[in-house]
Design a protein around this ligand. Structure first.
Ligand SMILES: Nc1ncnc2c1ncn2[C@@H]1O[C@H](COP(=O)(O)OP(=O)(O)O)[C@@H](O)[C@H]1O
Ligand SMILES: [Mg+2]
Length: 274
């Protein structure tokens, strides 16, 4: 991040409890303009709960600001109107609609109420915004293809495109790379980088650190609801608490030198560390 860049998302002491489970404990996380921030942690660490908390889908304690607006007491639709967009872990597209039509309609939600809430809250994207979004994500050639005919990787991209089409101030993505192979993950990473470089700061959640460490500017690591490390990918991958939290297959990834060079390459030419 370059010095003095505007803070888009600011959270201070965000905490969520589900009965006796403390899903988040005093989480502080900022996303600045032109930043791709990664939020990683093992399954159950609290990543989805963090997105739910900032978008207003679970009650939380603490302070949440978007672009200087205090979101803490606002319902989800008001947060969406202020420019907070998200994707869900399981992406549902309208299979009998084309890619372009999927961008034009409000996205499907788990409950009817949530769908209604989103329908009234999100402005439909203009044709120009849709075309720009499709181009940014490399989906232009697929614009008239039915969603049911898409590969899993392209379905994920359409999910991202749909959240992006309304022109949000912050994009929050919950495990957009789940189910993709390593080549598809790398391609998704490049696309997300171009989304951020084109002007939409993004919070990228993933449980697998490879993608996040290779494309993000800044990484926050959760374990059992607490932030155990944060910083640039190069520092986070060497952090002993992170390695311990990820003991197992992902620990090998942390020390994989090929990822390190990917990390440096993908971030070269992007914003310089101060
Ligand atoms: N609606 C809920 N009710 C009760 N416990 C929940 C609920 N949602 C999440 N949890 C618990 O909160 C913790 C964090 O979950 P989650 O945010 O889904 O983790 P992650 O996305 O990092 O895998 C887990 O222990 C999970 O079981
Ligand atoms: Mg999750």
């Amino acid at each position: 991040m370059t010095g003095g860049e505007r803070r888009i998302l600011h959270t201070d002491g965000v905490s969520v409890s589900f009965g006796g489970v403390r899903a988040l404990v005093d989480v502080d996380l900022d996303v600045h303009e032109s930043q791709l921030v990664g939020l990683i942690g093992p399954n159950g660490a609290g990543k989805t709960t963090f997105i739910d908390a900032i978008t207003g889908f679970v009650r939380c304690r603490g302070h949440i600001e978007l672009d200087g607006h205090d979101l803490s007491s606002l319902p989800p639709h008001a947060r969406a109107q202020l420019g907070l967009a998200r994707t869900w872990q399981s992406i549902e597209l309208f299979d009998d609609l084309t890619v372009r039509e999927n961008l034009a309609v409000a996205s499907h939600r788990q409950s009817v109420w949530a769908a209604v809430r989103e329908t009234v809250s999100r402005p439909l994207a203009s044709t120009t915004a849709m075309d720009e979004t499709l181009a940014l994500l490399g989906l232009e050639p697929l614009a008239e293809v039915l969603a049911i005919e898409l590969s899993q990787a392209n379905r994920k991209l359409v999910g991202v495109a749909r959240a992006l089409a309304a022109g949000p101030r912050l994009l929050c993505l919950d495990e957009p790379a789940a189910g993709l192979d390593s080549r598809e993950r790398a391609e998704l990473g490049r696309r997300l980088r171009s989304v951020v470089d084109a002007g939409t700061p993004t919070l990228l959640v993933d449980h697998d650190m490879g993608l996040v460490l290779s494309v993000c500017d800044h990484v926050v690591v959760l374990d059992f609801g607490k932030v155990i490390a944060h910083g640039p990918p190069s520092a986070v991958r060497r952090d002993s608490k992170v390695i311990t939290a990820y003991l197992g297959s992902a620990a090998a990834e942390l020390t994989d030198p090929s990822l390190e060079s990917a990390d440096e390459e993908s971030r070269a030419g992007a914003s310089e560390e101060p």
